[in-house]
Design a binder for this molecule. Structure first.
Ligand SMILES: NC(=O)c1ccc[n+]([C@@H]2O[C@H](COP(=O)([O-])OP(=O)(O)OC[C@H]3O[C@@H](n4cnc5c(N)ncnc54)[C@H](OP(=O)(O)O)[C@@H]3O)[C@@H](O)[C@H]2O)c1
Length: 292
């Protein structure tokens, strides 16, 4: 019975399924009767998802920064779905590289773009033949930082802005194939992404000169304090937007999911310096002076 329903709903691949928004989304998609291919980087994560969510989930090893891994995943999914193709691809994997532009090592900048931009392009290219077969849908997980660049999150902002741009182009290019492309703009959600990013930037900073770090210390301390007081939401609101984008008769181009996300889109319309001032105040660093 479950198999029949799944065949009716069709197959979806989601990248970055091991935790956070990804894991919450595949749980919902499985419950709705989709055949779920869950992109994970470790087989132990795949086993955990099958144990905790459903044995129907098919884990697929997929590091979106590794060409061979993408090719192998495409082969596995193609063999499994055959001519029915994919009804959905959710480009969800992501990382945050934080810190002032001056202090982010170039290797970290590359990593940010490899995961948040180039990886999604590579995965999309690899799975488009399957999406074309089913006139499927592409759902990219962006962020409001892609609409308005946040200080001390410049690399994340730049990567998400690039994803916005690629998504816009793709939407027009794929229209004639009947493939819709939607972008989700989640607010601040309760996932492990912030802890992972803080741990990684902590490690990176140990290799930086103390003098340089000292210059930014007051601003970084103020931003850390503001971030710690940020109220994080349950990712279910993002899951609902992804499901809408996958199932609605006429999917929207953009879904704002979470408190304050629409406000950020409005901020974009302000004159640059007015927007800078608002952001600096919101981050608690409007009056922060560098250490001289
Ligand atoms: N949480 C928020 O407040 C928020 C707000 C706006 C947008 N978003 C976006 O939502 C998406 C999901 O984030 P999340 O909050 O759920 O964070 P998360 O819990 O850290 O999940 C991110 C997922 O991406 C995977 N990933 C990282 N690098 C990868 C790679 N090279 N190849 C394949 N997978 C990789 C991670 O896998 P591992 O577990 O193996 O590391 C993890 O499963 C991201 O695109 C993020 O930018 C989140």
């Amino acid at each position: 019975m479950a198999t029949t329903t799944q065949a009716q709903r069709g197959a979806v691949l989601l990248t970055g399924a091991a935790g956070g928004i990804g894991a919450a989304t595949i749980r919902r998609l499985d419950a709705l009767g989709f055949q779920v291919f869950a992109g994970v980087r470790k087989s132990s994560d795949g086993e955990r998802l099958q144990r905790d969510i459903s044995v129907r989930i098919t884990p697929v090893l997929l590091d979106i920064t590794d060409d061979a891994s993408i090719a192998q995943a495409a082969e596995i999914v193609t063999r499994a779905v055959g001519e029915t193709g994919l009804v959905g691809l959710v480009n969800n994997a992501g990382i945050i590289v934080e810190g002032p532009v001056e202090l982010v090592p170039i290797e970290e900048v590359r990593k940010q773009f490899e995961v948040n931009v180039i990886g999604h392009i590579a995965v999309t290219q690899a799975f488009l033949p399957l999406l074309r077969k089913a006139r499927g849908r592409i759902i990219n997980i962006g962020a409001p930082t892609g609409l308005v660049s946040f200080p001390y999150l410049g690399m994340l902002s730049a990567s998400k802005a690039a994803l916005e741009s690629v998504t816009d182009a793709l939407r027009s290019e794929l229209r004639s194939f009947g493939i819709s492309v939607s972008l989700i703009e989640p607010g601040a959600m309760q996932t492990e992404i912030f802890q992972k990013s803080a741990a990684s930037s902590q490690q990176v900073r140990q290799q930086l000169s103390g003098e340089l770090l000292q210059l930014y210390a007051p601003a970084l301390a103020a931003v850390a304090k503001t971030s710690a007081s940020q109220q994080l939401e349950n990712p279910d609101v993002v899951v609902a937007a992804i499901v809408q984008a996958l199932t609605s008769r006429s999917p929207k181009t953009r879904y704002f999911a979470g408190r304050g996300t629409r406000m950020i889109a409005v901020l974009r319309l302000l004159p640059d310096r007015a927007r800078d001032g608002l952001l600096l105040r919101a981050l608690g660093i409007a009056n922060t002076q560098p250490v001289s």
